[in-house]
Design a protein around this ligand. Structure first.
Ligand code: DSN
Length: 422
């Protein structure tokens, strides 16, 4: 059953309630390894499902356009103060609806259409909003990109510097969505300083690792830090922007009234709760365990002949090229899902295949670590993955179902916040 219970919903709308219950059970039974997903705490779930959803609050604490902000102001201020403390920044804005609007606010704050930006290429691990051609950021700005080296799967900071000196972007972006290695924020800052660019560190994937001390922080190096709140940070779906004091006004204005209307107050409350959780010793241990699990899983996959981009991982994320396994990413991801192992197909750097049918898979350990799995169990996870891929190649559905049963048996012993097995 979903926790907190959804009995009112079940009475009012059994169809939707039934689907939510089914989703809760699905999340309980699967090893969820989509690298951008996690399980929020029951406290975060409760905060996001409250009467705060009834309230409009355009503006910022103390300067709202509607009355009745006595409590919302306090909630948003708490979220901001917790973010500032946790990440060691001068200023935080907790209103962006999600990562893409948060990044767009940075463009609005610092750039004019047509200005040059430079981010990591999407097929090399960047994000759509880092100037990809199909994104508004690629259509309205002059986007240039850096990537990883074919031999190492890693970014060569000398090449980033050369490209930055050639293109002289006004905005340089560090970070992305499929980067298994430590991001060198000091080196990015040095380059940004040399060319007079604003440095944006997009830490959406690694925010929880940074909060827990398991990845170096961009605070003190980047002009602006953007992050979603729902990945390794383990909060509700939302985003934050953090910056040095000198950029606070420009960023706040870009978020509201530049791009958004009223903030989602129920999400703000959930973010505040998640930030408090992320400041605990238990969360620090969690962040380090996420990395330990990813490294143990990477080692076990390598032993089984998986070709990992960059040869392993420093964080929560693993990117594998399945070409040596004789299967493309999409059919593999579909077979793994049937086998109870959820991840996504993904392009790998220099992928000869198309993004909708690429060569690789991307996986992460934030969710399975929240469930309580440990490095000792990662060889078993790698074995199931390997067996499922062999079964997919042979089109052996029965074998996939056998693995799904074993996965579900294992996970039945690991509680999931938000769900109570009957
Ligand atoms: N969808 C997110 C991810 O999976 O990394 C990025 O926006």
């Amino acid at each position: 059953m979903h926790q907190p219970a959804i009995s009112h919903l079940a009475a009012e709308d059994p169809q939707i309630a039934g689907l939510i219950e089914a989703e809760a059970q699905r999340q309980f039974e699967k090893i969820r390894m989509i690298a951008s997903e996690n399980y929020v705490s029951t406290a975060v779930l409760e905060a996001t499902g409250t009467v705060l959803t009834n309230k409009y609050s355009e503006g910022y604490a103390g300067k709202r356009y509607y009355e009745g902000q006595q409590f919302v102001d306090q909630i948003e201020t708490l979220a901001i103060e917790r973010a500032k403390e946790l990440f060691g920044v001068d200023h935080a804005n907790v209103q962006p609806y999600s990562g893409s609007p948060a990044n767009l606010a940075v463009y609005l704050a610092f750039l004019k259409p047509g200005d040059t930006v430079m981010g990591m290429a999407l097929p090399h691990g960047g994000h759509l909003t880092h100037g990809h051609a199909v994104s508004a950021t690629g259509k309205w700005f002059n986007a240039t990109h850096y990537g990883v080296e074919a031999e190492t799967g890693r970014v060569d900071m000398n090449k980033v510097r050369e490209a930055a000196l050639e293109h002289r972007p006004k905005l340089l972006i560090a970070g992305g969505t499929a980067i298994p290695r430590t991001i060198d924020f000091p080196a990015f800052a040095e380059i940004a300083q040399e060319i007079g660019a604003i440095l944006l560190a997009d830490i959406a994937h690694i925010a929880g690792l940074i909060a827990g001390g398991a990845h170096p922080s961009p605070a003190g190096y980047a002009d602006v830090i953007s992050t979603t709140t729902h990945k390794t940070l383990r909060g509700p779906r939302g985003a934050m922007l953090m910056c040095k004091e000198e950029h606070a006004k420009a960023l706040d204005r870009a978020v509201f009234p530049g791009l958004q209307g009223g903030p989602h107050n129920h999400t703000t409350a959930g973010i505040a709760v998640a930030l408090r959780e992320a400041s605990t010793d238990a969360f620090k241990a969690y962040a380090h365990q996420v990395v330990a699990n990813a490294q143990a899983l990477a080692a076990a996959l390598t032993e089984r002949g998986f070709d990992l981009v960059s040869g392993g991982t420093d964080n929560h994320l693993i990117l594998a090229d399945l070409t040596p396994k004789g299967i493309a990413g999409k059919p593999a991801a579909q077979a793994l899902d049937r086998a109870g192992i959820e991840l996504n197909y993904n392009t790998v750097p220099f992928d000869p295949r198309k993004p909708f049918d690429p060569s690789g898979i991307r996986l992460g350990t934030a969710g399975l670590t929240t469930r309580g799995l440990t490095p000792e169990q990662m060889p078993q996870v790698a074995q199931w993955m390997d067996e499922a891929i062999v079964a997919a190649v042979k089109d052996d559905g029965a074998e996939l179902d056998r693995i799904a049963g074993e996965v579900s048996d294992l996970l039945s012993g690991y509680p999931m916040p938000g769900y109570a097995s009957e």
